[in-house]
Design a protein around this ligand. Structure first.
Ligand SMILES: *Cc1c(COP(=O)(O)O)cnc(C)c1O
Length: 357
């Protein structure tokens, strides 16, 4: 028996699912890996801890393991529609992983320009697996980024770094899904901030959901940077941002104004959390069965800070976006764990060791 997938199924991928709300038309070739439709998981532990209803949007379950796929499906579909022959980005992280996968699907060349030196190939394993052309540039990250812009201006090549406006359009669908699952917008929305494209996107998504009549209210938007990489909190760009959470190690966010607008007009704020707090939140989430990338835990660390500052009303509905999957960087899980203990090959000592007998 063969049945049609219903038009509102999350399994369709975000472009088919939200066709009328995205910059696409019947002539757009849809390049999808069926991204989106990620679960909104209630955290019993966090709900109790902060005396609120805490829901986790687990974006690590997207096809390449991060929310970047929501934006990339739109960016790559539009690149194909516009006649591009290749896409390019300057990234060693989740952007290049996503770009390489979707470009591969579209039959486009994906070029990844990385700064010279310190090339951790592990971070690039997905891009390499998807056959991206990774080139080491004789210069720093800014030089690489400027080259990508130059290539995109003069040749039929599409830049898919966060300055690509189609990415923000695709990413706003995360807010649509939250509103669908809750039946309305949350009271508070908390998330990590790096280049600030995603907080810009969620705010846009919530406002569109309100205009469409899906929610009568808007959330207060709270974004969290790492304390060593917090240009928005400081009010000035940083040349040497530092944090263990590599996905938010950004000194001069591309969507700075979008983040400020989201925080200001929603009555929220942009704050920062220490690496220690990020790592603790990361471990707590994993203990509850939810494995995320370090950067993803910044939102949960931020929620704890909001609670301490009295900014979480009792019983409030709160969403936290968990931006990427823990398998992206398993070294961190191993680093914190004790080595397996040697026990005799008998049931009793095993049970004793487990304190079950
Ligand atoms: C890209 C990314 C971020 C930061 O998102 P921005 O849109 O740059 O603010 C956070 N976490 C993960 C896992 C990411 O891949």
């Amino acid at each position: 028996m063969r049945t049609e997938i219903p038009a509102d199924s999350p399994r369709l991928g975000i472009i088919r699912r939200y066709f009328d709300r995205l910059p696409v038309s019947e002539s757009t070739p849809i390049v999808t890996l069926h991204e989106g439709g990620t679960p909104l998981i209630r955290s019993a532990r966090l709900s109790e801890e902060v005396d609120a209803e805490v829901w986790l949007k687990y974006e690590g379950l997207n096809p390449t393991g991060s929310f970047k796929d929501r934006g990339m499906t739109v960016a790559i579909s539009k690149a194909l529609e516009d006649g591009s022959r290749a896409v390019v980005c300057a990234s060693t992280g989740n952007t290049s992983a996503s770009a390489a996968a979707y470009a591969g699907r579209a039959g486009l060349v994906c070029a990844v320009l990385i700064p010279r030196g310190n090339v951790a190939l592990g971070k690039l394993s997905q891009a390499l697996a998807h056959d991206a052309r990774v080139l080491e540039i004789d210069g720093n990250f800014d030089v690489a980024l400027n080259l990508t812009k130059e290539m995109a201006t003069a040749y039929p090549i599409t830049l898919v770094n966060s300055v690509n406006p189609h990415r923000i359009e695709g990413q706003k669908t995360g807010a649509f899904e939250v509103v669908e699952d809750l039946g309305r917008a949350p009271d508070l929305h908390v998330m990590p901030v790096g280049n600030a494209g995603n907080i810009t996107a969620y705010w846009r998504g919530y406002r569109e959901a309100q205009q469409a009549g899906w929610s009568g209210t808007l959330p207060k938007m709270y974004g969290f940077q790492a304390a060593g990489a917090n240009p928005i909190v400081r009010g000035e760009a940083m040349s040497d941002p530092r944090t263990v959470a590599t996905a938010i190690r950004i000194g001069n966010p591309a969507s700075w104004s979008g983040a400020s607008e989201a925080a200001d007009s929603s009555g929220g704020a942009i704050g920062s959390v220490r690496d220690k707090e990020i790592v603790e939140a990361y471990r707590n989430l994993a203990a509850e069965g939810i494995f995320v990338e370090l950067a993803s835990a910044a939102g949960v660390a931020g929620l704890r800070q909001l609670k301490e500052r009295g900014l979480v009303p009792p019983g409030a509905t709160v969403t936290c976006v968990l931006t990427g999957h823990g398998l992206k960087d398993p070294d961190w899980a191993i680093a914190g764990a004790a080595r397996p203990k040697l026990v005799p090959a008998e049931v009793r000592p095993i049970l004793q060791e487990l304190e079950l007998a």
